[in-house]
Design a protein around this ligand. Structure first.
Ligand code: ZN
Length: 122
């Protein structure tokens, strides 16, 4: 499997033993690489924050800047919920709950797990 490189712009500048690599006498601190990274594109939250500090404005401008207030209304306030039995470690009673009206509607486990299934208007 190909290794993924941490996208943190300063990953190679942090002095940790696992970053120090190479043959004896010419070791360098290097960008971390892993088969899978714990924080998406990054090895840790420090690298994630470093990337955000450097590129957040560019990313927001690229993907679309919010230019007006958004509102939570009855039409987009549906959230999925379930009951968890701590003693048995089981789940049940999957449901939609409207955070504005408090109305509840039952869900199947499959509908709960389906991230595309929503009652919210987009
Ligand atoms: Zn990193």
């Amino acid at each position: 499997m190909a290794l993924k490189y941490c996208q943190g712009p300063d990953c190679h500048t942090y002095y940790t033993q696992d970053r120090l690599k190479g043959i004896k006498g010419s070791k360098t601190y290097q960008t971390r690489r892993r088969s899978s990274l714990n924080y998406g594109e990054f090895c840790d939250t420090r690298c994630e924050h470093a990337w955000l500090s450097k590129y957040a404005t560019q990313a927001v401008n690229h993907f679309g800047r919010l230019k007006e207030v958004k509102h939570l209304t009855e039409q987009n306030a549906w959230r999925k919920d379930y009951d968890y039995n701590w003693r048995e470690g089981t789940t049940s009673n999957w449901r939609f709950v409207n955070k504005i009206t408090k109305e509840q509607r039952p869900l199947t486990k499959q509908q709960y797990d389906d991230t595309n299934y929503t009652l919210n208007e987009r």
